[in-house]
Design a protein. Sequence first.
Length: 307
Amino acid sequence: MFSILLYTFAGLFLLWMILLSLGVRRMWLNVMFFSLEATLAYTIVGNLVPQIESRPQAELQLSADATPEQLVKAGEQLFYGKGTCALCHAVEASEAARCPMLGAGPLGPAIGARADERIKEPGYKGNAKNGAEYLIESLTHPGDYLVQGFPPIMPVINKPPIGLNTDEIAAVVAFLQNVQGGQVSVTPTQVTAFLGTEGTASAGTAAAQPAVATATNRQPEQLIAELACIACHKFDDAGPLVGPSLWDIGARHDDAYIRQAILDPNAVVAEGFPPMLMPPDLGEKMSGAEFERLVQWLKQHTGAKSQ
């Protein structure tokens, strides 16, 4: 396509120059050639700009005979990608981590071995019978057991907007078990058996979004999932997570404040919350149209009356 446009542009320009050299200088003809050349020039420049397209992440489907190594590799990709786990958890000690460290440290051994110990604690009231089931339970029912000293901010990983399926949960658990060389025992079958009829997010239950979402038409519901806003903010209820609840942001602040809070978050730090928690580059990860839709969507969140 680009080659056709380039040759057409060159051909028309050559024809225009030939006509001028022959003394053909009719105004309407010059205007026509100039308009065509200008249109082609803009089209060529447009084709030179990289076309960005953002597609919903594909679900992981594992074969029945997937090896522990394959599970761990897939789980690592999910941990740092679709699952958004790394936004709050770190394997090694990190000041940026907002949730329990997963490697060996003050909380005990690495998370795989720690899970086996956790179910034996007097304060544990969950349903897990072994370490693998405890990790599955921690991902799908994070409120059942809270590690002392940490707030209840973890989302349910098998429900929208994250919505991991059974294979994906098994992969994440395998990665967690393998942290710092732990032994992997989990299987997708074990995840299915533990969750029972609860299952995972079915197609169509997540926030509505286009089948192919280009970088200029993602809806606010998709943006807050992709940019992991839901990991730190509530949108449908009062009360803070890592950051303040945004369910009534439209009643508390105007459009200008919301825009500044996204583009320059450290300039408008909410009272009671430390600075440097919110990523400063969110504005670079969306188009102008997406940004303005997000601002107006947040403006509509005015608390109980808007829900």
